[in-house]
Write a protein that binds this ligand. Sequence first.
Ligand SMILES: NC(=O)c1ccc[n+]([C@@H]2O[C@H](COP(=O)([O-])OP(=O)(O)OC[C@H]3O[C@@H](n4cnc5c(N)ncnc54)[C@H](O)[C@@H]3O)[C@@H](O)[C@H]2O)c1
Length: 283
Amino acid sequence: MGAILVTGSEGKLGRHVVARLREDGRSVHRVDVKPLAPAHDYTRIDLTDAGQTMDVMFGVQDRFDGVDAVVHLAAVPAPGQMTDVATFHHNMAATFNVFQGARRAGVDDIVYASSETVLGLPFETPPPYIPVDEEYDARPESHYSLVKHLEEQMAIQLCRWDPALKIIALRFSNVMDVEDYAAFPAFDADPKARRWNLWGYIDGRDGAQAVSRALDHRARGFDRFIVANADTVMSRPSAELAAAEFPAVPVTKELAEHETLLSIDKARRVLGYEPQHSWRHHA
Ligand SMILES: NC(=O)c1ccc[n+]([C@@H]2O[C@H](COP(=O)([O-])OP(=O)(O)OC[C@H]3O[C@@H](n4cnc5c(N)ncnc54)[C@H](O)[C@@H]3O)[C@@H](O)[C@H]2O)c1
């Protein structure tokens, strides 16, 4: 059996994903651009290099023999960290190389990180309805988000070319570690502070759960899922927040008190995803 190759394994989300997949009993090989001490389960790679990325899909001498599935998380993870041009080129090239390398090597199971940003963050243009879901056209508002949108479009076409291929885009909300929850009471004090993503978040462990479930999902072709926690970062009720900050936007369902406004109904229904963690348990 080959390994599950996790790109961006040393990142905020990657570390949770590696831990979760190991708990699941899967064989994981980590790849990242970070220079680490030699380890049997880690290989340093620059995914913007097509040759290295193609090669790793066939294994690495003295490390592992082949790849069964790819979890692709490596990216410049936000706008502003590099120039707009560099963010675009870096992320687009890395993801194309991963998709292309996997296909050439016959790896037909890919789960990768898209982003909540394609839903129209920071919502200076209000969303068409609340809760937002996967049903309306992407509205990228940054170069970073533009790449996330183009990656989804690329994945759709690659799956059309190859009906045996599965690519699942997980549109993660803002990733949080337990240590980050100390900052949440301050968000609570100012409804405008987190209006930009409809007060959503994703606990890294629940993000990893979604990756695990997406790997288990057997259907072929492309699909996309919003992955957020079941609640918001706020103690003010979700319906009140929506009415106060987006008065002209229709609310399409009866909202539970702190229900997420980034709908996870599809991930629940199709993947069996169910968040296990909430910042409220750590407050
Ligand atoms: N952090 C968030 O709030 C958030 C939200 C939505 C989506 N995402 C997406 O989730 C994924 C993971 O994000 P994160 O928060 O863990 O980011 P992160 O920066 O903590 O981790 C990304 C990892 O990718 C590695 N990497 C970057 N370029 C690389 C390259 N060319 N070759 C090999 N490795 C490379 C980095 O060294 C880093 O370890 C990204 O695709 C990001 O866009 C993140």
